[in-house]
Ligand binder design. Structure first.
Ligand SMILES: CC(C)(COP(=O)(O)OP(=O)(O)OC[C@H]1O[C@@H](n2cnc3c(N)ncnc32)[C@H](O)[C@@H]1OP(=O)(O)O)[C@@H](O)C(=O)NCCC(=O)NCCS
Length: 160
């Protein structure tokens, strides 16, 4: 049975198996707490995916929109079975419980049309169809610097 719960530091190895981050990316998120929150999907105790939520801007990062579903990942062998949908719904419930009116997310429409289709099906609306290049960079607690440039459009859903 699929269940969704808050990730703890003990879950870091399992989160790394869903998507390796290098450095202390997952550990920093789950140990730091607010404004971060990582929801984890388990199928009979097997970690099959996670949703990483940002409730507010942390000091080292100025996201264009908050609260934001920053990272949604389902293990490749468990995709297309509703896990991603369940994680998005749980994310919306968490944002609603926090008292925020809407949840934002970003997707690369050129590289990830299936994810975009999923979000549209789940009721998200596109803010601006022209993709923007978002450079990002942060250094984690081990001194490892994560960086990249995302080519994305933003979507929003009212959850209040
Ligand atoms: C996007 C993702 C989280 C969806 O999770 P999921 O558990 O497969 O989602 P669901 O089963 O609830 O819904 C299936 C739908 O997800 C979308 N999807 C996107 N990428 C997919 C993939 N690689 N495999 C299967 N479905 C995918 C499709 O819309 C699919 O419906 P379709 O089969 O009609 O195309 C998952 O595919 C994933 O982890 N992809 C890699 C990471 C990623 O792209 N994250 C999103 C960044 S914006």
């Amino acid at each position: 049975m699929l269940t969704i719960r808050e990730a703890t530091p003990d879950d870091v190895p399992a989160l790394e198996r869903v998507k390796a981050q290098g450095g202390a990316g997952h550990r920093d998120r789950v140990t730091q707490g607010f404004p971060f929150r990582t929801l984890l999907a388990e199928d009979d105790g097997d970690v099959v995916g996670y949703a990483f939520l940002l409730f507010a801007a942390p000091p080292f990062w100025q996201p264009r929109y908050v609260p934001q579903l920053v990272d949604l990942q389902v293990r490749p062998d468990r995709r297309a079975r509703g896990v991603g949908t369940a994680l998005v719904h749980a994310s919306e419930a968490a944002i609603r419980a926090h008292g925020a009116p809407a949840l934002y997310l970003a997707v690369d429409p050129d590289d990830n049309p299936r994810a975009l289709a999923l979000y549209l099906r789940l009721g998200y609306t596109i803010l601006d169809p022209a993709p923007v290049d978002e450079p990002w960079s942060f250094t984690d607690s081990t001194g490892y610097t994560h960086s990249g440039v995302d080519h994305v459009i933003y979507l929003r859903k009212d959850v209040g």
